[in-house]
Design a binder for this molecule. Sequence first.
Ligand SMILES: [Zn+2]
Length: 366
Amino acid sequence: MSQPVDWSALWNIECQAVACEHCNNAYLVPSSVGVVRCPTCQGDDLDPLEADAEQMAYSQPPELVLGYTIEETNALQRILKFTDNIPLRPKDIQPQNLRGRLRRVYLPMWLVDGDIQATWQAEAGYFYEVVSHREQLASGQWQSREVKERRTRWEPRVGRLARHYDNVIAPALERFGRIRQALGDSDISKAAAYTPEAVQSAFVCLPDRSPDDAWAEAIKGFQSSAAEECRKAAEADEIREYRWSPEVEKRNWTQLLIPFYSTYYLDDEGEPRMIYINGQTGQVWGHRQTSLRRAQTAALISAGVALLFFVLSLLAFFLAVAVPPVVALGVIGLLVAAVFGIVGLVRLLHASQFNKKNQADLGFTL
Ligand SMILES: [Zn+2]
C-alpha cells in the first residue's frame, strides 16, 4: 500500500501540503507561515493535500532555486507605482495593506537531463560582405558612394550527434505560458542548489503538469541546444532548417523554483484583486479595478453643484425681469451647471469602462 508523501522529511523543512479548492493550485506551506489563504487567489478553502507519491507529478525537493533579487521594500514601491495608474483607486489600496499581504511564492519548472543520439541536417549560414557603389546627383554633379551590405551564404550540412544535456527547462504548470506573458522571463542561470533556508517563509507551488505532458516542450529545448552546438561545430554564423531524429536515454527529471510575490487589495465589494511581481526582474502584473463607488460619489457631487448653479440661474432669470443685465449671470450659471453635469457623467462612464476593459484579466491568477 502506498504511503502519503512526507513532505517535511523530504524537503527538510517543517511544512504541510495544501490544495486550494478555488483555483486548484497545490502548495507547500512552511509551518512558520501558518495556514492562511491561497497566495494566488485568496480563496480560504485550503484543504490538506493527502496524495501519495504515485499521485504526485513530483515530490522531491528541487535541484535548483532562483533567489529573490527584488527585496520586499523594492517590491512594494513597484506595486504602488502599478496601483498609481488605477484611476479612483478603491480605498483599500494603502501601502500598509499591500505590504502586510505580501507573500513569497515559488513556481516550479522542470529540469530535464538526457543522453541524446541523433542524426541531423541543417543549412549553415556564413556571413560575407558585398561592396557596391551607388551614384547620386548632388549639387549638379554625380558622386559615387561605397555601400557595404552583409549577406549570408547557406550551405547544407549533415552530421551525427551523441551528447549528454543537463537541465533543459520545460514548464511544470499548465498556465505557465500565461504567467510568462504577464510577468516575463527570469534569468535561470543565477539559480543555486536547493537549501531548506531558500524556501523558508515562502509558499511553494507544486507542479500540475506531468513529465509526460511536458516532454513535447522539453524536447524543443534539447533541439535548440543541439542546433546551437551544430552551428558552432560548423563554424557557421547562423543555422536554419535544423532537422533531427533524436533518441533520448537516461531521462532524469528534477525541479527548479522561480521566485514571485503576490499581494492584493479589496475592491468595492470586498473581493480580493491580485497583484503579482516577478521576484527576480520586478515586473508587475495585476488586476485593475477602479472604485465605482468613488466614481458615483464624485458624480453625485458634480450633479449637486450642477443643480445648485441651475437653481441660481433660474433665480437670476427671475431677477432679470426687474434688472435686465442679470440675464448674463443666469446664462453663465447655466453653462457652469452644464459643465459640472457633463464632467460628473464622463467620470462615471470612464470608471465603468475602465473596469469593463480590465474584466477579462480578473479570471487569471498566478
Ligand atoms: Zn487559490
